[in-house]
Design a protein around this ligand. Structure first.
Ligand code: KG4
Ligand code: ZN
Length: 336
């Protein structure tokens, strides 16, 4: 069989989603199962690492079984097992990595450890079969906010990242402050749609400082504003906050794409599910004559199909990972 057609079982357990997927040839999703632990963590206002690890242990076997069943594949059909090895919560990552290595050993197939950030970037291939490089990727998740230049040969360089909070973290913290619960992104997204963003213009920190982001000052501005103006409707505050975040993200992504001469702008990571961000990015791409790659919302937030796609790609470039590979909670994006 050509390497291009390999059937990959992907496993994702870096945070609070237990996910497994079967993907053929790095692009064709045969199944993608995501079991969210959101309800378990919601009452604590954020992810509790110990609870996440325990839930992954309970869920990993049924989630893998369901992914294989709904893909219509059996053990003998799997050519490669890929799992997220970092960055993420160490106890959570260990569940996925250990399960993947055990299955690879029993089935006598290779194992590949996958960088979660690289996995988010590969979501573009799943929904856009014609996805072509070079592109600038705006990778915005709960733990990361960065601009990546993804070159034609598949190598990439980091153009810049956040100096403090990630964009998703800002959504989650503002949501918690406004009493809207966890995770904050989807709630603010929905509420902002009913609000008036023009009631206040929140600051855009570091707007003109190249590809570097900062969100913690913006979050503080929202808190101070609400303290001084308790009568202002929550949906208006949500809309004005979202407007500031999206403005920062889109302005910088646009500038970076033009500067490096990219042909396309691509969104990745959980915050890429945001309706206003998607709409603004599309218009910017039309204005600049850039291709826009917006993976579906399901592929933007944590899932295992993106892990399988990235694992397939890594395997073709670097071959299998050793079975001594473990969880790497602080893994960085490997700049090639
Ligand atoms: O990529 P992801 O699923 O997990 C990490 O790798 O972090 O991203 C989760 C983050 C959370 O902070 C969540 O609030 C945010 O993505 N998020 C959103 C939306 N959906 C999820 N942020 C803004 N708007 C959304 N619709
Ligand atoms: Zn993620």
């Amino acid at each position: 069989m050509s390497g291009r057609e390999l059937v990959v079982l992907g496993i994702e357990t870096s945070c609070d989603e237990t996910a497994a997927a079967v993907v053929r040839g790095g692009r064709e999703v045969l199944s993608s199962v995501v079991s969210s632990q959101v309800d378990l963590h919601a009452r604590f206002g954020g992810v509790v690492p110990e609870i996440a690890s325990r839930a992954h242990v309970e869920l990993i076997t049924p989630v893998i079984a369901e992914a294989m069943l709904s893909a219509g594949v059996e053990a003998k059909d799997i050519d490669l097992v890929a799992a997220t090895m970092g960055p993420g919560l160490v106890g959570a990552l260990l569940v996925g990595v250990s399960s993947a290595k055990a299955l690879a050993m029993v089935w006598d197939v290779p194992f590949v450890g996958v960088n979660h950030l690289e996995a988010h970037m590969h979501a573009a291939f799943l929904d856009e079969p014609d996805f072509e490089l070079p592109a600038v990727v705006l990778l915005v998740s709960g733990g990361h906010t960065m601009l990546v230049h993804w070159q034609e040969d598949g190598s990439y360089s980091l153009l810049g990242e956040t100096q403090d909070d990630a964009a998703g973290e800002a959504f989650d913290k503002v949501s918690r402050y406004l009493g809207l619960g966890y995770p904050g992104g989807p709630v603010i997204d929905k509420l902002a749609g009913e609000g008036d963003a023009s009631i206040v213009k929140f600051p855009r920190p570091m707007l003109n400082d190249g590809n570097v982001f900062s969100f913690s000052g913006l979050k503080t501005s929202v808190v101070n504003y609400v303290r001084k103006n308790p009568e202002v409707a929550t949906e208006d505050v949500a809309a004005a906050f979202q407007e500031a975040v999206v403005d920062l993200l889109v302005t910088k992504a646009r500038r970076a794409a033009v500067e490096v001469g990219a042909k396309a702008l691509c969104l990745a990571g959980g915050v890429a599910a945001n309706s206003w961000l998607r709409e603004r990015l599309l218009s910017v791409c039309v204005e600049e004559g850039l291709q826009a790659y917006l993976p579906s919302r399901e592929m933007c937030t944590d899932n295992a199909a993106m892990v399988a796609a990235a694992g397939w790609h890594r395997y073709l470039i670097d071959g299998p990972s050793g079975l001594d590979v473990g969880a790497e909670p602080n893994l960085r994006l490997v700049v090639t």
